[in-house]
Design a binder for this molecule. Sequence first.
Ligand code: PLP
Length: 389
Amino acid sequence: MNDLKFATLAIHSHQEPDPTTGAVITPIYQTSTFEQEDAGKHKGYDYSRSGNPTRHALEGCLSDLEGGAHGFCFASGLGALTTLSLALFRPGDHILCGDDVYGGTFRYFDKVFRPLGIDTEFIDFTDPEFVAQHIRPNTKALYLETPTNPLLKLVDIEAMVKIAKAKNLITILDNTFASPYLQSGIRFGVDIILHSTTKYIGGHSDVVGGALILKDDQFLTPIKFYQNSLGATPDPFASWLTLRGVKTLAVRMKAHESNARVLAEFLESHPSIEDVIYPGLPSHPQYELAKKQMSGFGGMISVRVKGGLDESRTFMKALKLFTLAESLGGVESLVEHPALMTHLAVDPEHRKAIGITDNLVRISVGIEDVEDLRRDLAQALEQATRIPA
Ligand code: PLP
């Protein structure tokens, strides 16, 4: 399947018609266990936590989409993170992590992993040299998220991999915001890709899941062992829903991106908006890097509404098509307030220091008609700030 393009792989990779019935779509193998012809002799599956054909189809497909060697799926993105970290790190290890990663990732490393003796240091990852200066003798990994959530900062993947290789560090990339359609970390030599498949990969806000894609065999044994031993695996129906979403990933990402570009430009010229953060705008400080390492700029936009908490609250409540909800990457447009919602777990001081202000609103641009979305934003901004457009 190596010579097939992304959109074809999304539909066909590991999704051949079912050999027993000819069903065109991979069945939901809704079973916890599998018959054995003799003790220990089976057709490749013995118990669904260890392996299930529906989950395997998804794991194989995601691995192919990322250009990896192996895929593993989990019950959530954080299930992928906990499994990965327990498999690879030991007390005394030090991890360097970007300072505005997803709040749940921050919470896990800071509040759950740190008491186990693993020290994660959160620093600005936009300057590779600065990161290199923070490497200690016990540093084991660089944990990258790019673009970041919610400030859409970019990390130079190629430069980070170079730094990591020189010091024998593991590179892990959370590729949730870009999706494999827009960014391939493995092409730059990243060891492990992490996804919250809840977002663009699933794409319909109807299923929670996570994935790890390995570049090669290096970490195959521990990840496979910990996936089974910790048991944070998705059930067959969740795997199937995600696989169903994956089929349209290419067309959805194109639509998210084309809508987001139009809306980012509209918002940038709007008098009620103080600041628009979108990697596809020339005003983004890392626009050149975005063009270099991404094949498109994605569907996420963050804005600072003129005023403060009151204005941003009124703006979000006045929206009719953008639903006020956590999460992102679904076909429907969503809006959320990082300081009060997704990043509430982050220390208020730290939040302030990195720029998660009270007037920051994150928008997940869906694939509705862009003109309807633009009109909705315009009326809500006018209600919030009373500044005529
Ligand atoms: N990584 C990123 C960038 C996220 O936005 C999220 C969730 O919002 C996660 C990881 C965690 O994934 P999940 O919610 O599927 O556990």
